[in-house]
Design a protein around this ligand. Sequence first.
Ligand code: NAP
Length: 253
Amino acid sequence: MTRAVTRAGTRTRVLVLGGTGEARELAARLTADGVPVVSSLAGRVSRPALPEGDVRVGGFGGVDGLATYLGDETVTHVVDATHPFADRISANAAAACALAGVPVVRLQRPGWTRHPLASSFSWVDSVDAAREAADGFVRPFVTTGRQQLQSFSSWDDRFVLVRVVEPPGWDVPASWEVRQARGPFGLDDELDLMRSRRVDVLLTKDSGGALTEPKLRAAHRLGMEVVVVRRPPVPDGLEVVETVDEAHTWLDS
Ligand code: NAP
């Protein structure tokens, strides 16, 4: 069980940088342990699933803002449990924690590089590169997220199935179908969706985890090409754990 008091005798106060299921799970575990925890959300999603414990919403104002927050709120530990593609906040967390002298760990679920089908995927370094890799297909299924959806705006000459959690916020081409949905998505539903829309290529980020993994198996079963955007690198020197259990143990130690 995570101690509520550090060895130095100060009261433990954990900041969890969130926006993921793992962040919510960790906040629930710490709350159950009686450890004060505040979860931070970026505020991008209109109706986010809220973690247990205290929650704050919105940016900190860069590295300096986050370092100031850590001091003002007497944060003793930071767990950066943001999405594997949220690379700016991770870099900020590493730098701010170094400035403020607060220990930090990156909780990042394993990616799909270790997926049994990984060798059959086309791996690319960016969303733009994913578009280039899939340019020869006529009915793409785009699941790379809302923020870089405009990378595909030149695909106004074809049917594009887009799945996003939040609406795109701009007028997508008339030939596109936008489905607003939040996972998990089951294998049978993914097969039905891909068959009914006759999609011929799947584009995804290497988000990892089980919630959206069935789309990989469905696409493979239908003989479709799968284009996967590699994760950005973890900032230098940032220790990484892959599970909520490991993050909990890190806090304990
Ligand atoms: P990002 O590019 O790494 O961060 C951009 C800025 O947003 C940061 O500099 C920070 O502003 C603010 N920010 C990001 N996460 C924050 C958090 N948890 N609490 C407070 N401020 C935060 O982030 P992003 O890719 O836009 O992702 C935003 C959020 O959505 C993250 O919390 C992430 O876990 C979640 N998410 C992202 C993805 C994805 O594909 N990127 C997918 C699912 C969920 P300041 O510099 O002002 O502090």
